[in-house]
Design a protein around this ligand. Structure first.
Ligand code: DP6
Length: 354
């Protein structure tokens, strides 16, 4: 059996359907913020480099998935967001179901109603695809178990991560709490391109209860979708170097997570964020996703850190918003900084719990 066929076997459903049950399952899945960025992928949804993220605790999606048997042989689903039917969201979920049907053959035996809501505002710039696809994958594996698959909890999470990845790459990391890694690398035992896992090594107490305060400099639809962004890494003049740099940064971060060296943590994380943006600025076509306010906030943060010695760092997603990262112990010092420098912007106060 070749490698891919072996994998396909592992994740193929062992159940036989013919089930006449209808029912409802529910799942909650958080969003995540990458410290080592996934940027660049190959078919189908396999990362070009390993990534590592903090799973957040406050920003999450809740999904209720209703299912009832039907007789025809196609995929049928309806999507509701905050109680309202959203036909616009349906083609994406439909394609996702088509893609994963080989691993969950019961998808054609039922019609589905997907009811979903987020704890964070829709236009806030927090990516809902990670938490949304994660919650949906968790619901689907629960149905699989109801239908008799008998997956243990760890098998179920692994399969949910595998399925979520096929919906949105970064979603596979949201299945696990705390620190998560995705992407095959010799640096992390058990790592895979196909699913994420909980970070398996020592984490210094400095990183327990870290904060992520998201400063919403720009709200609304992303200027460049992740799909387009990943695609720009194909034929990118600096792509190969970037993929190596992510691995180098991961290697350093593993050491830092063990020792609690916050200064080096900041150097790695900020370098990753700016590398992501550097890739966007040097692709064809090129984009600047930061706004003047993004740069101003970064500069202010650097000055504040230098003067106050407060370990306050930033990371960025593929957009203008700034994620402020700091240990909980510095809450009140950072609050001063937020009041003075970020008050015109809406903020989301989140954290990672380890
Ligand atoms: C910048 O996971 O949204 O947030 O796999 O195409 O759905 P698709 O992309 P997506 O990309 C996330 C990119 C990023 C970095 C990261 O989360 O690692």
């Amino acid at each position: 059996m070749d490698f891919l066929a072996g994998i396909m076997e592992e994740f193929k459903s062992k159940i036989k359907t013919n089930d006449t049950n209808k029912g409802k399952v529910s799942a909650v899945c958080p969003s995540n913020i990458a410290l080592i960025k996934y940027w660049g992928k190959r078919e189908v949804q396999l990362p070009m480099n390993p990534s590592l993220s903090f799973t957040l605790t406050e920003s999450h999606t809740r999904t209720d998935l209703k299912f009832k048997p039907k007789s025809d042989n196609d995929i049928q689903l309806k999507v509701f967001f905050d109680g309202d039917r959203k036909p616009d969201f349906e083609p994406k979920i439909h394609s996702f179901f088509e893609r994963i049907e080989v691993f969950l053959p019961f998808l054609k035996d039922f019609e589905f109603e997907i009811h979903t809501q987020n704890t964070f505002p829709h236009s806030s710039g927090i990516a809902s695809s990670a938490s949304g696809m994660g919650a949906l994958a968790l619901c689907l594996t629960e149905i699989e178990n109801i239908l008799g698959a008998n997956l243990s909890e760890s098998e179920r999470l692994k399969k949910a991560s595998f399925l979520a990845r096929l919906g949105s790459g970064s979603a596979c990391r949201s299945i696990y709490q705390g620190i998560t890694v995705w992407g095959k690398t010799d640096l992390i035992e058990g790592s895979s391109d196909l699913f994420a896992l909980s970070y398996p090594y020592e984490i210094h107490e400095t990183f327990h209860n870290f904060r992520d305060t998201v400063v919403l400099i720009e709200e609304g639809q992303k200027q460049v979708s992740s799909t387009v962004g990943h695609d720009l890494m194909k034929n990118h003049p600096y792509a190969e170097r970037r993929f190596v740099s992510a691995i180098e940064n991961l290697e350093k971060l593993i050491e830092v997570l063990k020792t609690g060296d916050l200064e080096t943590f900041g150097t790695i994380v900020e370098h990753e964020a700016l590398s992501l943006h550097a890739m966007m600025m040097t692709s064809q076509p090129y984009f600047i996703l930061m706004k003047p306010e993004t740069l101003k906030l970064i500069e202010t943060l650097w000055n504040f850190r230098k003067d106050s010695l407060v370990p306050l760092f930033f990371t960025l997603d593929a957009g203008a918003n700034v994620h402020l990262l700091y240990p909980e112990a510095y809450d009140s010092r950072v609050e001063e900084f937020l009041n003075t420098n970020c008050s015109p912007f809406r903020m989301i106060h989140d954290r990672v719990s380890i």
